[in-house]
Design a protein around this ligand. Structure first.
Ligand code: NAD
Ligand code: UDP
Length: 321
């Protein structure tokens, strides 16, 4: 029997590359697509020798053409870290809107099932903690993060519309802060920022007073949740994340302990609209998908730290603040 064919956008990025690995392992024919705006081919170069993997260097905000059959589409292309989407705000809005529209059109045409990567950022700076899927959020549309948050909210809306009006099979995952190997050391997100600073012998920068919270999910757990959601018949959004909430100050202390750095903590201004609290309510994922995270922070951080330590010195030297 011929293999099922899956298109994964954002394939050269952190999450996209792990998804490529998973579906190659499940014996799918995987078509990776990426324009490399924030991704790195090094994340998928081990797949190039395989017969069941192919790669297109293409911007999905432009018309997307894939020859032959397609059974599934995973739309993960989008800048994802605050410094990335602040640097390329228009591309961020376009990939969430035009890119999603193009891919929904492709899904409709090919009768493929499409899953989109939404985010906890659709809840903005939430007034409810933990955040259940029913919470509508608290987003500033014209603030600096609006380019990402509103693109993702539009992405959810157009995806539901294609489901309702065109009968396209769709799935929506709301991803909470995820970490692991293949994060970019210089992408500005808190974990690579702290580990990078420790490795370079710099002080660790906490934004604000560090009392804001996040809940960090290890990448393998996230990929398993996405796989289960794609295979389920549930159309409404589902949160996937680890509900183990921690303040950024406590998190910083954990990184100091892990890396053994003797550097100190320095406090910098809190970016505008930085969410004060974030924690997923995963009741739905537990009930519908039988999913919950398995990897604790101590274990996940250790694996991630080993990965960062194994990178060549040039990767460490490149920093963006
Ligand atoms: P990433 O930056 O590592 O990967 C994104 C990939 O998309 C990159 O390889 C980039 O080059 C590619 N890309 C961007 N615009 C494109 C375009 N127009 N055409 C083709 N390719 C394009 O980020 P990530 O952390 O892997 O995030 C992947 C997806 O998951 C994003 O949609 C993001 O919004 C979502 N997400 C991630 C997290 C997280 O914690 N990592 C949390 C919530 C949501
Ligand atoms: N943060 C920090 N120091 C840094 C980078 C980030 O204190 O060097 C904070 C940031 O202000 C936010 C939290 O860490 O409160 C998580 O930031 P990240 O960019 O990783 O993700 P997001 O804000 O999108 O959850």
């Amino acid at each position: 029997m011929s293999k099922k064919r899956i298109l994964i956008t954002g394939a050269a990025g952190f999450l996209g590359s792990h998804l490529c690995d998973r579906f190659v392992k499940e014996d799918y024919h995987v078509i990776g697509m990426d324009n490399l705006i924030t991704g790195d081919l090094a994340n998928i170069e081990h797949l190039f020798k395989l017969e069941n993997f192919e790669f297109y260097n293409h911007d999905v905000s432009k018309f997307v053409h894939i020859p032959g059959k397609l059974h599934y589409i995973l739309h993960f292309a989008s800048p994802a870290s605050p410094i990335d989407y602040l640097k390329i705000p228009i591309q961020t809005l376009k990939v969430g809107s035009l890119g999603t529209h193009n891919l929904l059109g492709l899904a409709r045409n090919k009768k493929a099932r499409m899953l989109i990567a939404s985010t906890s950022e659709v809840y903005g700076d939430p007034n409810v903690n933990p955040q259940p899927e029913e919470y509508w959020g608290n987003v500033n549309p014209v603030g600096p993060r609006g380019v990402y948050d509103e693109a993702k909210r539009f992405q959810e809306a157009i995806t539901m519309a294609y489901h309702t009006f065109h009968g396209v099979e769709t799935r929506i995952v709301r991803i909470f802060n995820t970490y692991g190997p293949r994060m970019r050391l210089n992408d500005g997100r808190v974990l690579p920022a702290f580990i990078g600073q420790a490795l370079r012998g710099e002080d660790l920068t906490i934004f604000g007073d560090g009392s804001q919270t996040r809940s960090f999910c290890y990448v393998d757990d996230l990929i398993e949740g996405i796989y289960r959601l794609l295979m389920s018949d549930y159309v409404q959004p589902v949160n996937i994340g680890n509900p183990d909430e921690i303040t950024i100050r406590q998190f910083c202390e954990e990184i100091i302990k892990l890396t053994g750095t003797s550097q100190k903590i320095v406090y910098k201004e809190l970016p505008q609209d930085d969410p004060k609290q974030r924690r997923p309510d995963i009741t739905k994922a537990q009930a519908l998908l039988g999913w919950e995270p398995k990897v604790g922070r101590a274990e996940g951080l250790k694996i991630t730290y080993e990965y960062f330590k194994s990178l060549p010195a040039e990767a460490l030297a490149k920093v963006e603040h």
